[in-house]
Design a protein around this ligand. Structure first.
Ligand code: GLY
Length: 402
């Protein structure tokens, strides 16, 4: 029954599109764009699910040498694909989507014991967090509690931050990367679920200290800030994945925008909203932001426009801007919405959205993982698909309310 109504929806979208274009209008209605994106993402995610169904423990990662590249639970991106399945199940609650969401979520469970990096929030909140939100499965809550305790082992009270990485110890005493803001939602969620406020306090301390030390006067941010373990103050500010220490690595700016928008929602702290708005303004006014609003992988890359885009940054920014548009009920909020809409329209065009069955069954093309390391350059990435679907869902929910 659900499948059938999905087909009806798809053909309704086609009819509206045809009528629209036959009237000579330039833009498809946003509702049509959103349905197109969600329908394609669902088709692709289900094809992917079937390909990996019997490959024990494997999760999609990217494309390498023309082939699907997979990972196990330990890769920082392991939770995005199960999380995307949960969002798609939320949109179209079929037994098939639920079964696959459960199957791939289970493959991430061992991440609950990871203590050697900060990515446990990405891994578990997208997968188990969305799964628990939608099913209230008590076993999922238990996994999240264990995972939050693991993540909290990386917090040092006298520094006030969660340590991101353990490698490069000669270079960095206590490295914290801007991406780490994204792990804080897991902690605030687990505090709510467990009644243990310790996790929320860690998240607030981390966000406060990052706000103090990660940002430049123009509200762009560094990728890596390493802290002196005795004074608790930064000893170097550098990059790892960006073009240069002083450049604005696009995904880093996206993590910052999303991180502070989310932390405002989670805490109500006005300072976080103020910073999120400044980051949004920086991004929306950036002279190197392309016409289609899908950033190059670094805003300061000298080769612009002859370098690769990062569709993942666009998807993360779009999702955050949709949320920011709901808390700024003024012309700035409208600007946030307009920018997110432009990004979603671009990502849903044939320039970025794969045809069904192509792109090794990922939804989006043209992301950049680690350009300087020549890793994942101009490829699909699971987090691009996850935040794209999240942005579509957030927009759809808001349009439904209007
Ligand atoms: N968290 C790693 C990245 O954004 O590439």
């Amino acid at each position: 029954m659900r499948n059938m109504s999905c087909k009806v929806m798809a053909s309704a979208v086609t009819v509206v599109s045809m009528l629209f274009f036959s009237c000579g209008m330039k833009e498809e209605p946003l509702e049509v764009v959103i349905e197109k994106g969600l329908t394609r993402a669902t088709e692709q995610a289900l094809l992917m699910a079937k390909v990996l169904e019997t490959e024990e423990g494997k999760l999609p990662k990217s494309i390498k040498d023309g082939q699907l590249e997979t990972s196990g639970y330990g890769w920082w991106c392991s939770g995005f694909y199960p999380g995307e399945l949960w969002y798609l199940y939320e949109n179209t609650p079929t037994p098939e989507l639920k079964r696959y969401a459960e199957l791939y979520t289970a493959r991430v469970e061992s991440a609950k014991n990871v203590t050697n990096n900060h990515d446990v929030g990405f891994m578990l909140n997208c997968s188990f967090g969305n799964g628990y939100r939608l099913t209230k499965n008590p076993a999922y809550k238990e996994v999240m509690l264990t995972g939050a305790h693991s993540l909290a082992t990386r917090y040092k009270e006298h520094i006030g931050l969660i340590r991101s990485w353990d490698f490069n110890k000669q270079k960095w005493q206590y490295p914290v990367i801007i991406d780490n803001m994204m792990n804080l939602e897991f902690l605030t969620v687990v505090s709510r679920l467990s009644g243990d406020d310790t996790f929320r306090k860690i998240a607030v301390s981390h966000a406060d200290k990052t706000m103090e030390h990660h940002f430049r006067p123009d509200y762009s941010c560094y990728h890596v800030v390493s802290y002196d373990t005795i004074s608790g103050l930064p000893h170097v500010k550098q990059t790892h994945q960006g073009w240069a220490d002083e450049s604005a690595w696009s995904r880093g700016q996206a993590w910052a925008l999303y991180g502070y928008t989310m932390m405002y929602r989670e805490t109500g702290k006005k300072e976080y909203l103020g910073l999120a708005n400044k980051i949004a303004a920086y991004l929306m006014n950036h002279p190197n932001m392309p016409e289609d609003k899908v950033p190059y992988w670094d805003f300061d890359m000298p080769e612009i426009p002859n370098t690769t885009r990062d569709a993942s940054a666009a998807a993360i920014i779009a999702s955050a801007l949709v949320e920011l548009s709901t808390v700024n009920r003024d012309t700035f909020g409208q600007k946030c919405w307009d920018m997110a809409e432009q990004q979603v329209r671009s990502l849903t065009s044939s320039a970025y959205l794969a045809e069904a069955g192509e792109n090794c069954n990922f939804a989006l093309k043209h992301s950049t993982g680690h350009f300087r390391g020549n890793i994942e350059v101009d490829v699909p990435l699971t987090y691009a698909d996850y935040y794209y679907v999240e942005a579509l869902m957030r927009m759809k929910r808001l349009l439904d309310k209007k």
